[in-house]
Design a protein around this ligand. Structure first.
Ligand SMILES: C[S@@+](CC[C@H](N)C(=O)[O-])C[C@H]1O[C@@H](n2cnc3c(N)ncnc32)[C@H](O)[C@@H]1O
Length: 134
């Protein structure tokens, strides 16, 4: 990736993927997030250690981030990102294809509101991303 990219990771589990991205050295500004509360997140194996590794490297770690409404999060809404990554997106063990498709569709729509490229074009045209029915 190019230099000084602002990258947001959503839907993390124990934050091991975020640590891998961070330690790859390709990205300098990382915000790693998960849907769960901090208490729920650190209950997962290795999570507390991974979160500490991220913080030690200057990354921001956020909890209770719903990737389908990123613009409603008080920290995320004040930021703009070059890239947003959701590794292994999934609603949960028993959710079917339809539910997972809906999650992805809502995630993509939500991304548009906090992505640098869209914000820049929106300033010029005042257009919002079109919402498609799912
Ligand atoms: C299969 S796990 C993948 C975890 C992690 N990204 C990884 O690669 O190891 C799917 C993750 O998606 C998260 N998730 C599901 N719906 C979400 C939502 N609306 N917003 C944010 N995360 C969500 C779950 O909490 C879970 O951690």
């Amino acid at each position: 990736m190019s230099e000084r990219l602002e990258v947001l990771l959503v839907g993390e589990g124990n934050f091991s993927f975020s640590v891998a991205v961070c330690e790859s050295g390709d990205v300098e500004n990382i915000t790693a997030s998960c849907l769960q509360t901090e208490q729920q997140a650190v209950a997962q194996e290795h999570a507390a250690h991974n979160i500490q590794r991220l913080r030690d490297r200057g990354c921001t770690v956020l909890f209770e981030v719903d990737c389908t409404c990123l613009n409603e999060h008080e920290v995320i809404r004040r930021s703009v990102y070059d890239r947003i990554i959701f590794n292994f997106p999934h609603c949960g063990r028993k959710s079917g294809v339809k539910k997972n498709r809906t999650l992805l569709a809502k995630f993509f729509i939500s991304c548009a509101e906090v992505l640098k490229a869209w914000r820049r074009s929106a300033c010029g045209s005042m257009q919002r991303p079109r919402r498609h029915s799912m």
